[in-house]
Design a protein around this ligand. Structure first.
Ligand code: FAD
Length: 218
């Protein structure tokens, strides 16, 4: 585990934070599995407990007191991963929605021929394209060792919300079958929600972006 721990007090009164590696099996360290997630059930989630847990000095990751900075850097990269999950998920929703809307017939014709449904598909395609360009730009900045915090927050926020809208449309286009586990879109709908919460909630992304663009946001 990489643990962000309070290791002292800084001169300005704020806590000194450091990153520390804690190996599984270290006495005093326990992980209690959390069950009942609505999504991502194949991903292990646990509450971590540290009771009189001691590790050698060598387990300090980077300089002491640099933990906050390290975690922020990690988050920037992690946000690109979440954005990529959002983009891929949105694309998956779109692919299934187009296929189903062209196959499923009501009133003697495919439901994709009803303009209200075709427009949903058009909106999905447009937003996915925008999401892809935003994410690729953030990755391009990172690959070029340029600042990418703002773009990572934008990509994470936008891609996860695009997946939200695409999952919603995909379920709607599947009608009653959209709520059945027999079809993938039900799972896309549930899996999407974590993307708006993990690695900083959507509200936190908006705070990050607001500060980058010069807004005096607390
Ligand atoms: C499946 C899963 C896996 C996870 N894995 C990890 C992991 O590996 N490592 C890890 O460190 N964490 C992990 N988390 C925790 C996750 O990062 C947090 O749940 C997430 O950051 C939100 O924090 P919170 O739950 O404390 O919500 P809170 O901070 O209590 O937020 C509740 C609500 O208030 C809003 N809010 C809070 N502060 C502000 C503010 N200043 N301005 C405006 N709105 C605000 C939030 O946006 C949210 O809507 C995981 C969570 C889940 C569900």
């Amino acid at each position: 585990m990489t643990v962000l721990a309070k290791t002292g007090q800084r001169g300005d009164g704020k806590p000194e934070l450091s990153c520390i590696l804690v190996e599984a099996g270290t006495p005093g360290f326990t992980a209690r599995a959390m069950h009942g997630k609505m999504m991502w059930r194949s991903s292990n989630t646990a509450e971590l407990y540290f009771e009189d847990c001691r590790v050698p000095k060598e387990n300090l990751l980077g300089p002491r007191g640099n933990g906050f900075h390290q975690m922020m850097q990690t988050l920037d990269g992690g946000r690109l991963s979440i954005a990529a999950m959002g983009l891929g998920g949105a694309q998956g929703c779109f692919d299934r929605a187009v296929r189903y809307a062209n196959e499923r017939e009501q009133f003697g014709r495919p439901i994709a021929t009803f303009q209200t449904n075709a427009f949903k598909l058009a909106d999905m395609a447009m937003e996915i394209e925008c999401a892809r360009l935003l994410l690729y730009k953030a990755c391009w900045l990172r690959d070029g060792d340029m600042a990418f915090s703002k773009e990572a927050a934008m990509a994470k926020l936008y891609c996860s919300e695009v997946m939200y809208r695409c999952a919603n449309h995909a379920v709607q286009l599947h009608g009653g079958y959209g709520l059945m586990k027999e079809y993938d879109v039900e799972r896309f709908y549930r899996d999407q929600k974590l993307l708006e919460i993990g690695e900083g909630t959507s509200e936190v992304q908006r705070i990050v972006i607001a500060r980058h663009i010069g807004a005096k946001c607390l």
